[in-house]
Design a protein around this ligand. Structure first.
Ligand code: NOJ
Length: 431
């Protein structure tokens, strides 16, 4: 789970606003006009939710820290109430025997820093490192597993280029700057954590999607290669010390390299990582489309291709997840992979206290089988996190897309374990 999606208590405990609090005020930004202000109220109900995680048989718990809860203005004065909240949360995890896996940045930039340009301002590296240091100094005796950034391509491209996510900026230049700073900040953070906490296990979570050309012709194949560069290679390769990927006849990437003089930063972007966080939901099929600016390609939806898909139209294809695991494992320097997210938003029927979600069970079964197969074939997979424990604020979908194994009634905050939750419990109990 993540702080902006689950915690709520946006205006409590001395917390400063984040970009998602402000972005969600825009009319039409979020489905149904939803806001993350209360969400599933994890801030107050965390003991209850951790018990649920324990009861379902999980051994670890992944959550993110809200930067603006610790540093309401992003930098400067520390909010002791926020510090205490995560101590309490961590103590509870440890009490229940749940290994905490903590994400430092899950998209909720403090709004005060966004006012200064956010990730497109070079100063953000310094601000981020200050925040990371604070987290390590406070919590390193309780946390071993750290994830620095969650899905860097998603929040930089959607937040700074297309404007679909917070902070809602539409600017190629803004994206160029944000991407450059995120890559540098991640590397710097990895070295900072290593220095302050030598026994830490450090990772970064990347989103992956196998990309298929619609037709096997030269134009569609090229479109697929471009999509692959952006969705799979763009942040992983610099983190592994290979620099940002380059491709000729892909103007947006050619300009990116010149704009940032990326080649000069190859070493500085190399991260000191113990594991790659692997997040996989669906493969993508693309075709050449000269009408689409910058990319020259567009997606051919699963619906149009009449292949199985989830409620959000995401193709269901577990084998593609297995193939992607093999591919990532082949990169030099990748010695450990932890699946830090996997799951789906699916139809569910609520009837007399029971939540029937057979499609989610089907999805989890097949994706888990693909992961286990890859592991048995030698891919160094060392963990799997279901996304996610409870329904929560699903970004622009608001509360309309439910990914939880536990259903949340957002009016009453009542939790009901879904059939998929029980399925997981039995699976984890070896039944
Ligand atoms: C990726 C993100 O990390 C997470 O916040 C989101 O809820 C899931 N995918 C599902 O879209």
């Amino acid at each position: 789970m993540s702080a902006p999606q689950n915690e709520g208590a946006a205006l409590e405990g001395g917390r400063g606003l984040s970009v998602w609090d402000v972005f969600s005020r825009r009319v039409t930004a979020i489905k149904g006009g939803a806001k993350p202000t209360v969400s599933c109220n994890f801030y107050h109900l965390y003991k209850n939710d951790l018990l649920l995680a324990k009861a379902l048989g999980f051994s670890s718990f992944r959550f993110s820290i809200s930067w603006s809860r610790l540093l309401p203005a992003g930098t400067g004065k520390v909010n002791q109430e926020g510090i205490r909240f995560y101590h309490n949360l961590l103590d509870e995890c440890l009490l229940l025997g749940l290994t905490p896996v903590v994400t430092l940045y899950h998209w909720d930039l403090p709004q005060s820093l966004q006012k200064e340009g956010g990730w497109s301002n070079h100063q953000i590296i310094k601000w981020f490192i200050r925040y990371v240091k604070l987290c390590i100094q406070e919590y390193s005796d309780k946390v071993k597993y750290w994830i620095i950034m969650n899905e860097p391509f998603a929040f930089t491209s959607l937040g700074y280029m297309t404007g679909f996510h917070a902070p809602g900026k539409i600017s190629v230049k803004g994206f160029y700057l944000a991407a450059h700073h995120v890559a540098l900040a991640t590397a710097e953070a990895s070295k900072t954590i290593r220095l302050l906490q030598p026994n830490a296990c450090i990772g970064n979570s990347f989103s992956f999607s196998e990309i298929h050309p619609y037709y096997q012709n030269a134009q569609d194949v090229k479109a697929a290669e471009k999509g692959d560069l952006l969705l799979n290679r763009f942040f992983l390769e610099p983190a592994l010390g290979m620099g940002f990927p380059y491709m000729e006849s892909f103007p947006v990437i050619e300009k990116f390299h010149v704009f940032n003089r990326s080649w000069r930063f190859q070493e500085a972007m190399k991260c000191d990582l113990d594991f790659v966080g692997f997040q996989y939901y669906f493969p993508v099929t693309v075709r050449h489309n000269p009408l689409i600016p910058y990319l020259g390609a567009s997606e051919v939806s699963a619906k149009r291709r009449k292949v199985p898909h989830t409620l959000l139209g995401w193709e269901i294809n577990a084998e593609s997840c297995g193939r992607m695991l093999h591919r990532i494992a082949k990169y030099p320097g990748v010695t450990k992979i932890i699946i830090t997210e996997g799951g789906c938003a699916e139809k569910e029927v609520v009837q007399e206290g029971r939540v029937a979600d057979p499609n989610r069970i089907h999805y989890c079964k097949h994706y888990l089988a693909a992961v286990l197969k890859a592991k048995n074939e030698g891919v160094p997979v060392d963990g799997y996190f279901a996304w996610t424990l409870t329904d929560n604020f699903e970004w622009t979908y608001g509360f309309t897309a439910r990914f939880g194994l536990v259903r949340v009634d957002f009016d009453t905050q009542l939790r009901t374990v879904k059939d998929s939750g029980f399925w997981f419990r039995d699976f984890l109990n070896g039944r």
